[in-house]
Write a protein that binds this ligand. Structure first.
Ligand SMILES: Nc1ncnc2c1ncn2[C@@H]1O[C@H](COP(=O)(O)OP(=O)(O)OP(=O)(O)O)[C@@H](O)[C@H]1O
Length: 307
């Protein structure tokens, strides 16, 4: 069984009358990339700050690498790397000089640590270029390099992809995937844009108003958000037969209540309905379902607000 790297149980933060984080449960196994998704003010930063002891929880429990007591938690926190908002770097120093400054400040021995961190994030070749002339993507990668200097087993990243252009997002994503593959680094990454985390997160937690609304694996989310034609029929077995025989459909699933989700023939729904009717199937409804991750997230938040 995989090691549980991080577990939150009933984690709560109250500011006056405001519940910023409301009894959040979360569990993260080694090598997972957990996408914490929520709008601005949802409580993402507060959760990360409680894990790193920058904010004291009002209630609940944090378990890190199996430890829960304050003293042991303190030790285990040394195995984490954190990036909450872009760290302040010196504008007139290079990437290497900036990292060297922080390495010495933190008392981490060995120049090779800086070199490895620069290699990890693809900034080893930036030479004399000063921080002030870096693109946002480079700045964010330097922030990540700083979080990687202690070779963490758990990385906590608060909105690191925020504002990056598509190319920057891909670069950042590839670095994280490499860390996960090569070092089995476990990653918790927050974002207010779900699609920024696609092809990266292995599971998601959706948070709104401090509440964890849903936790779902990337695979399950992909299935939920996959484009399909949803058919409500009187006889699913008969409909399946017609679809396979007359339209050579292979990719479909049958849900309870005589509902069929069809992933083939998306561009020709009329042909599907005609074939079914001609095959003697009664259709109660035909509905095209979208494939948009953002819509899924927004519909969930909408649902929460009405709830
Ligand atoms: N020190 C504080 N004092 C009072 N309220 C706070 C404090 N820190 C955060 N909050 C409130 O707690 C809630 C959650 O904030 P948090 O920063 O965790 O959200 P977030 O999801 O990270 O959003 P953002 O992306 O905007 O940072 C917000 O309503 C915020 O105003």
């Amino acid at each position: 069984m995989s090691e549980i790297v991080l577990a939150l149980r009933g984690l709560t933060k109250r500011y006056g009358n405001h519940l910023a984080v409301d009894h959040v449960d979360l569990s993260l196994e080694q090598g997972q990339i957990y996408g914490l998704v929520g709008r601005n003010g949802a409580g993402k930063t507060t959760i990360i700050r409680m894990i790193t002891a920058q904010t004291i929880p009002t209630d609940g429990e944090i378990e890190l690498f199996g430890a829960t007591g304050e003293r042991e938690l303190g030790q285990m926190r040394q195995r984490t790397g954190v990036m909450v908002e872009t760290p302040s770097f010196y504008p007139y120093l290079t990437a290497r000089e900036n990292l060297e400054y922080y390495r010495l400040q933190r008392g981490i021995p060995g120049r090779h640590v800086t070199e490895e961190a620069l290699e990890d994030v693809g900034l080893a070749g930036t030479g004399k270029k000063k921080f002030k002339n870096f693109s946002l993507g480079m700045k964010q990668r330097l922030g990540l390099a700083l979080a990687l200097m202690n070779r963490p087993d758990l990385l906590l990243l608060d909105e690191p992809i925020n504002g990056l252009d598509p190319e920057g997002i891909v670069e950042f994503r590839n670095i994280l995937l490499d860390l996960c593959r090569q070092r089995q680094t476990t990653i918790l990454i927050s974002s207010h844009i779900l699609s920024e985390l696609s092809n990266l997160a292995t599971c998601y937690g959706f948070i709104d108003n401090g509440l964890m609304l849903e936790q779902i694996t990337a695979k399950a989310l992909e299935t939920k958000c996959r484009a399909c034609i949803e058919l409500h029929v009187d006889d699913a077995a008969k409909a399946s037969l017609v679809l396979e025989r007359d339209l050579e459909v292979r990719d479909y699933e049958v849900l309870p209540g005589n509902v069929i989700r069809l992933y083939d023939c998306l561009d020709r729904p009329e042909q599907v309905t005609r074939a079914l009717v001609e095959g003697g199937v009664s259709l109660g409804g035909v509905e095209g379902r979208g494939a948009n991750l953002e819509d899924y997230f927004l519909s969930m938040i909408g649902g929460a607000r009405h709830g």
